[in-house]
Design a protein around this ligand. Sequence first.
Ligand code: NDP
Length: 344
Amino acid sequence: MSVFISGATGYIARHIVGQLLDQDYKVIGTCRTQAKADQLMKQFGNNPNLVMEIVEDISKLDAFDSVIQKHSKEIKYVLHTASPFFFDTTDFVKDLLVPAVNGTKGILQSIKQYAADSVERVVVTSSYAAVFDMDRENEKDLVLTEESWNPDSWEHCQRNPVAAYCGSKKFAEQAAWEFLKENKDTVKFKLATVNPVYVFGPQKFDADVSQKLNTSCEIVNQLVHATPDTDLTPLSFYGGFIDVRDVAKAHVLAIQKDELLGQRLILSEGRFNTQDILDVLNKDFPTLKGKLPVGKPGTGTVVCDTGATIDNSKSKKLLGFQFRSLEETIDDTASQILKHEGNL
Ligand code: NDP
């Protein structure tokens, strides 16, 4: 039996595919082009347990029909990771909201139509963006848990690209839970969602490092390349962090552990801000010494402590493994970038 994974060439998905193959699962991955499929197959050494299929645009509700139909008898688990994660657009509905929501509705509908009897578990890669309240992130008294939902409406989330992305994750996740509620008598599968905060950590393969990285790792990439004169205002981030290898592990566990069925799993190992990342880079990378902004070392967590609390103790307990620290995830992200540039 196989694991079907959408968006298999994405940053997080490559790690998931790697962990699945390491555990001898058969994997059917989708991506948008044959060139990307060929590259991924090559990166995984043409592992016979990996098959790639092309799904061009998940905005189309029937995008997954033919591949799910083709593999209907083999698929036991579905991991839906594909979703747009970028902010440089002004057409929020077309570029963010529709692909996120239709991608989720579409893949679930295809399962219902062609693989209702074989698919037992579906894991949707949602986000902390579907959990938090962007307008209240700085409120010390606010506690966010697995029960919390981003309160934005379809219209209000379109006030800026970040809010629109967050809305896309909320409406997509909501669509998944609603689909299951409406179709619980027709489909066999149980659902879990994985809701990570900002994901850092190395690309699965060193060759995946490029000048511009995926949206979350680009935060680290830009700080690695900052200078003491860089205006840090546009690079001032504040959020939760989690390592990509832990995110991948949570997806794999979600198809393995019964306790995770029906759960929203918030993946966060704590808060960070730009200062925290700079402190790690300045401390751990001799080749960057004197080249980076220093800021006010040691003040990062103080600032972070003023924000809303992410209480994901339930998810941590259910998953039952220790997440990587900020230092480890930043060290591994930065050293891969510097190695690629011959500057480690
Ligand atoms: P990537 O951009 O690397 O991966 C996104 C994947 O979705 C890619 O495979 C991409 O294909 C595919 N995709 C996007 N839009 C479409 C579309 N319209 N049609 C078909 N495929 C599409 O980002 P991540 O790996 O970081 O993100 C993976 C998932 O994790 C997403 O659902 C994201 O929302 C979620 N997430 C990520 C976090 C992070 O910090 N990285 C935090 C929380 C959640 P292509 O490569 O061809 O563009």
